[in-house]
Design a protein around this ligand. Structure first.
Ligand code: CDP
Length: 241
Protein backbone atom coordinates (compact mmCIF):
# COMPACT_ATOMS: atom_id res chain seq x y z
CA UNK A 1 0.00 0.00 0.00
CA UNK A 2 1.27 3.48 -0.83
CA UNK A 3 1.56 5.70 2.22
CA UNK A 4 0.38 9.31 2.23
CA UNK A 5 4.01 10.40 2.62
CA UNK A 6 4.92 8.68 -0.63
CA UNK A 7 2.00 10.20 -2.50
CA UNK A 8 2.94 13.73 -1.46
CA UNK A 9 6.65 13.24 -2.16
CA UNK A 10 7.96 15.82 -4.60
CA UNK A 11 11.45 15.18 -6.02
CA UNK A 12 13.90 18.04 -5.75
CA UNK A 13 14.98 19.60 -9.02
CA UNK A 14 16.31 23.01 -10.01
CA UNK A 15 13.87 25.32 -11.80
CA UNK A 16 15.46 28.24 -13.66
CA UNK A 17 13.13 31.03 -14.79
CA UNK A 18 14.75 33.68 -16.97
CA UNK A 19 13.31 36.54 -18.92
CA UNK A 20 12.96 40.22 -19.55
CA UNK A 21 12.22 42.82 -16.92
CA UNK A 22 8.61 42.81 -15.63
CA UNK A 23 7.69 39.73 -17.63
CA UNK A 24 6.06 38.29 -14.51
CA UNK A 25 8.81 35.76 -13.86
CA UNK A 26 9.20 36.60 -10.17
CA UNK A 27 5.49 36.08 -9.49
CA UNK A 28 5.57 32.77 -11.37
CA UNK A 29 8.72 31.62 -9.60
CA UNK A 30 7.45 32.60 -6.14
CA UNK A 31 4.11 30.87 -6.63
CA UNK A 32 5.61 27.69 -8.02
CA UNK A 33 8.04 27.49 -5.09
CA UNK A 34 5.18 27.94 -2.63
CA UNK A 35 3.02 25.28 -4.32
CA UNK A 36 5.74 22.63 -4.40
CA UNK A 37 7.54 23.52 -1.16
CA UNK A 38 10.77 24.72 -2.78
CA UNK A 39 13.06 27.62 -1.84
CA UNK A 40 12.54 30.71 -3.97
CA UNK A 41 15.44 33.01 -4.84
CA UNK A 42 15.04 36.32 -6.68
CA UNK A 43 18.51 36.81 -8.19
CA UNK A 44 17.56 40.29 -9.45
CA UNK A 45 17.10 41.37 -5.82
CA UNK A 46 20.77 40.49 -5.25
CA UNK A 47 21.96 42.72 -8.11
CA UNK A 48 19.65 45.43 -6.79
CA UNK A 49 21.14 45.07 -3.28
CA UNK A 50 24.70 45.50 -4.62
CA UNK A 51 23.49 48.57 -6.53
CA UNK A 52 21.92 50.05 -3.41
CA UNK A 53 25.18 49.49 -1.54
CA UNK A 54 27.11 51.29 -4.30
CA UNK A 55 24.64 54.20 -4.28
CA UNK A 56 24.72 54.54 -0.48
CA UNK A 57 28.53 54.55 -0.45
CA UNK A 58 28.93 57.21 -3.12
CA UNK A 59 30.28 54.72 -5.66
CA UNK A 60 28.00 55.90 -8.47
CA UNK A 61 28.60 59.45 -9.73
CA UNK A 62 25.84 61.75 -10.98
CA UNK A 63 26.73 60.88 -14.58
CA UNK A 64 26.32 57.15 -13.78
CA UNK A 65 30.05 56.46 -13.65
CA UNK A 66 30.78 53.59 -11.23
CA UNK A 67 33.90 53.45 -8.99
CA UNK A 68 34.45 49.82 -9.99
CA UNK A 69 37.68 49.17 -8.11
CA UNK A 70 36.17 50.28 -4.80
CA UNK A 71 33.02 48.29 -5.37
CA UNK A 72 34.99 45.16 -6.29
CA UNK A 73 37.07 45.57 -3.09
CA UNK A 74 33.88 45.78 -1.01
CA UNK A 75 32.24 42.69 -2.56
CA UNK A 76 33.61 40.06 -0.11
CA UNK A 77 32.16 42.02 2.82
CA UNK A 78 28.65 42.17 1.37
CA UNK A 79 26.20 39.81 3.03
CA UNK A 80 23.01 39.25 1.06
CA UNK A 81 20.32 37.04 2.50
CA UNK A 82 16.58 36.51 2.21
CA UNK A 83 14.14 36.45 5.07
CA UNK A 84 11.20 34.24 4.12
CA UNK A 85 7.82 36.01 4.28
CA UNK A 86 9.01 38.48 6.87
CA UNK A 87 6.51 41.26 6.38
CA UNK A 88 2.72 41.41 6.40
CA UNK A 89 2.85 41.29 2.59
CA UNK A 90 3.90 37.61 2.71
CA UNK A 91 6.77 38.37 0.34
CA UNK A 92 10.32 37.42 1.29
CA UNK A 93 12.51 40.38 2.16
CA UNK A 94 16.05 41.02 0.99
CA UNK A 95 18.61 41.67 3.73
CA UNK A 96 21.81 43.56 2.97
CA UNK A 97 24.36 43.27 5.78
CA UNK A 98 21.50 42.38 8.12
CA UNK A 99 19.26 45.31 7.16
CA UNK A 100 15.90 44.86 5.45
CA UNK A 101 16.26 46.71 2.14
CA UNK A 102 13.29 45.17 0.33
CA UNK A 103 11.54 48.51 -0.28
CA UNK A 104 14.64 50.51 -1.14
CA UNK A 105 15.91 48.07 -3.77
CA UNK A 106 12.65 48.42 -5.73
CA UNK A 107 13.04 52.20 -6.16
CA UNK A 108 13.41 53.78 -9.60
CA UNK A 109 16.85 55.06 -8.52
CA UNK A 110 18.05 51.47 -8.11
CA UNK A 111 16.29 50.37 -11.33
CA UNK A 112 18.12 53.14 -13.11
CA UNK A 113 21.59 52.06 -11.91
CA UNK A 114 21.28 48.29 -11.66
CA UNK A 115 22.07 47.12 -15.20
CA UNK A 116 25.47 48.89 -15.41
CA UNK A 117 26.36 47.33 -12.02
CA UNK A 118 25.21 43.90 -13.25
CA UNK A 119 27.58 44.21 -16.21
CA UNK A 120 30.67 44.16 -13.96
CA UNK A 121 32.19 40.65 -14.28
CA UNK A 122 33.42 40.55 -10.64
CA UNK A 123 29.95 41.44 -9.36
CA UNK A 124 28.45 38.63 -11.44
CA UNK A 125 31.09 36.14 -10.34
CA UNK A 126 30.45 36.86 -6.65
CA UNK A 127 26.66 36.70 -6.94
CA UNK A 128 26.71 33.55 -9.09
CA UNK A 129 28.80 31.83 -6.37
CA UNK A 130 26.22 32.73 -3.72
CA UNK A 131 23.35 31.65 -6.00
CA UNK A 132 24.98 28.27 -6.70
CA UNK A 133 25.43 27.76 -2.96
CA UNK A 134 21.68 28.45 -2.43
CA UNK A 135 20.92 25.70 -4.97
CA UNK A 136 23.38 23.05 -3.85
CA UNK A 137 20.65 20.80 -2.40
CA UNK A 138 18.23 21.48 -5.29
CA UNK A 139 14.54 22.02 -4.48
CA UNK A 140 14.89 25.62 -5.63
CA UNK A 141 13.19 27.99 -8.05
CA UNK A 142 15.42 30.90 -9.07
CA UNK A 143 14.51 33.70 -11.43
CA UNK A 144 16.77 36.13 -13.27
CA UNK A 145 18.55 36.65 -16.57
CA UNK A 146 21.29 33.99 -16.64
CA UNK A 147 20.00 31.25 -14.36
CA UNK A 148 19.48 28.63 -17.08
CA UNK A 149 22.60 29.62 -19.01
CA UNK A 150 25.24 30.35 -16.35
CA UNK A 151 24.12 29.77 -12.76
CA UNK A 152 22.49 26.35 -13.27
CA UNK A 153 23.18 25.18 -16.83
CA UNK A 154 22.24 21.69 -15.64
CA UNK A 155 18.80 22.76 -14.27
CA UNK A 156 16.15 20.12 -14.94
CA UNK A 157 13.52 22.70 -15.88
CA UNK A 158 14.24 25.99 -17.64
CA UNK A 159 11.60 28.53 -18.57
CA UNK A 160 12.16 31.65 -20.65
CA UNK A 161 9.44 34.27 -20.18
CA UNK A 162 8.69 37.20 -22.39
CA UNK A 163 5.96 39.73 -23.19
CA UNK A 164 5.86 42.89 -25.31
CA UNK A 165 7.72 45.86 -23.85
CA UNK A 166 4.57 48.04 -23.62
CA UNK A 167 2.67 45.34 -21.75
CA UNK A 168 5.64 44.86 -19.40
CA UNK A 169 5.94 48.59 -18.79
CA UNK A 170 2.20 48.79 -18.04
CA UNK A 171 2.55 46.01 -15.47
CA UNK A 172 5.55 47.64 -13.75
CA UNK A 173 3.91 51.10 -13.82
CA UNK A 174 0.72 49.71 -12.21
CA UNK A 175 2.79 47.91 -9.55
CA UNK A 176 4.70 51.10 -8.67
CA UNK A 177 1.56 53.26 -8.60
CA UNK A 178 -0.17 50.73 -6.34
CA UNK A 179 2.78 51.04 -3.94
CA UNK A 180 2.21 54.80 -3.89
CA UNK A 181 5.12 55.83 -6.16
CA UNK A 182 4.49 58.98 -8.17
CA UNK A 183 5.78 57.83 -11.53
CA UNK A 184 5.19 58.55 -15.15
CA UNK A 185 4.50 55.66 -17.59
CA UNK A 186 7.06 56.95 -20.12
CA UNK A 187 9.85 56.87 -17.49
CA UNK A 188 9.05 53.25 -16.65
CA UNK A 189 9.00 52.33 -20.35
CA UNK A 190 12.32 54.05 -21.00
CA UNK A 191 13.90 52.31 -18.01
CA UNK A 192 12.77 48.87 -19.21
CA UNK A 193 14.03 49.56 -22.73
CA UNK A 194 17.41 50.74 -21.44
CA UNK A 195 17.81 47.72 -19.14
CA UNK A 196 16.69 45.25 -21.83
CA UNK A 197 19.38 46.68 -24.10
CA UNK A 198 22.21 46.45 -21.53
CA UNK A 199 21.05 43.04 -20.26
CA UNK A 200 20.95 41.47 -23.75
CA UNK A 201 24.16 42.98 -25.09
CA UNK A 202 26.59 42.81 -22.15
CA UNK A 203 29.68 40.65 -22.56
CA UNK A 204 29.31 38.42 -19.50
CA UNK A 205 26.21 36.21 -19.26
CA UNK A 206 23.86 38.28 -21.42
CA UNK A 207 20.14 37.59 -21.19
CA UNK A 208 19.52 34.70 -23.59
CA UNK A 209 17.11 31.82 -23.88
CA UNK A 210 19.02 28.64 -23.04
CA UNK A 211 18.71 26.19 -25.96
CA UNK A 212 16.83 23.73 -23.75
CA UNK A 213 14.48 26.29 -22.15
CA UNK A 214 10.73 26.21 -22.72
CA UNK A 215 9.51 29.57 -23.95
CA UNK A 216 6.41 31.34 -22.66
CA UNK A 217 5.00 34.58 -24.01
CA UNK A 218 2.45 35.73 -21.47
CA UNK A 219 1.13 38.80 -23.30
CA UNK A 220 -2.32 37.35 -23.66
CA UNK A 221 -2.80 34.65 -21.03
CA UNK A 222 -4.26 34.99 -17.57
CA UNK A 223 -2.33 34.51 -14.40
CA UNK A 224 -4.29 31.30 -13.67
CA UNK A 225 -3.60 29.88 -17.13
CA UNK A 226 0.08 30.63 -16.68
CA UNK A 227 0.25 28.83 -13.33
CA UNK A 228 -1.65 25.84 -14.70
CA UNK A 229 0.82 25.63 -17.60
CA UNK A 230 3.82 25.88 -15.27
CA UNK A 231 2.56 23.30 -12.78
CA UNK A 232 1.87 20.87 -15.62
CA UNK A 233 5.42 21.15 -16.98
CA UNK A 234 6.84 20.87 -13.47
CA UNK A 235 4.83 17.71 -12.89
CA UNK A 236 5.96 16.21 -16.21
CA UNK A 237 9.63 16.90 -15.36
CA UNK A 238 9.43 15.45 -11.87
CA UNK A 239 7.02 12.51 -12.20
CA UNK A 240 9.56 9.93 -13.30
CA UNK A 241 12.36 10.90 -10.94
O1 CDP B 1 12.30 43.53 -11.44
P1 CDP B 1 12.82 43.39 -12.82
O2 CDP B 1 12.23 42.23 -13.53
O3 CDP B 1 12.74 44.64 -13.57
O4 CDP B 1 14.38 43.12 -12.69
P2 CDP B 1 15.15 42.26 -11.63
O5 CDP B 1 14.89 40.80 -11.86
O6 CDP B 1 14.92 42.81 -10.28
O7 CDP B 1 16.66 42.53 -12.07
C1 CDP B 1 17.21 43.82 -12.01
C2 CDP B 1 18.41 43.87 -12.92
O8 CDP B 1 19.43 43.01 -12.38
C3 CDP B 1 18.22 43.41 -14.34
O9 CDP B 1 17.76 44.43 -15.20
C4 CDP B 1 19.63 42.94 -14.72
O10 CDP B 1 20.43 44.03 -15.12
C5 CDP B 1 20.18 42.42 -13.42
N1 CDP B 1 20.11 40.96 -13.31
C6 CDP B 1 21.10 40.21 -13.92
O11 CDP B 1 21.96 40.77 -14.60
N2 CDP B 1 21.13 38.85 -13.76
C7 CDP B 1 20.21 38.24 -13.04
N3 CDP B 1 20.30 36.92 -12.87
C8 CDP B 1 19.18 38.96 -12.43
C9 CDP B 1 19.14 40.32 -12.60
Amino acid sequence: MTSEKEISYIPKIIVAIDGFSSSGKSTMARELAKRVGYIYIDSGAMYRAVTLFAMNHGLIAGDGNVSKEELIRALPSLDIKFQPSAGEDGIQHTLLNGKDVEQEIRSMGVSHNVSPIAEIPEVRQRLVEIQQEFGKDKGIVMDGRDIGTTVFPEAELKIFVNAGVHERARRRWRELVQKGTDINFEDVLRNLEARDKIDTTREVSPLRKAPDAVELNNDAITHEEQMEWLLKIFQERTENL
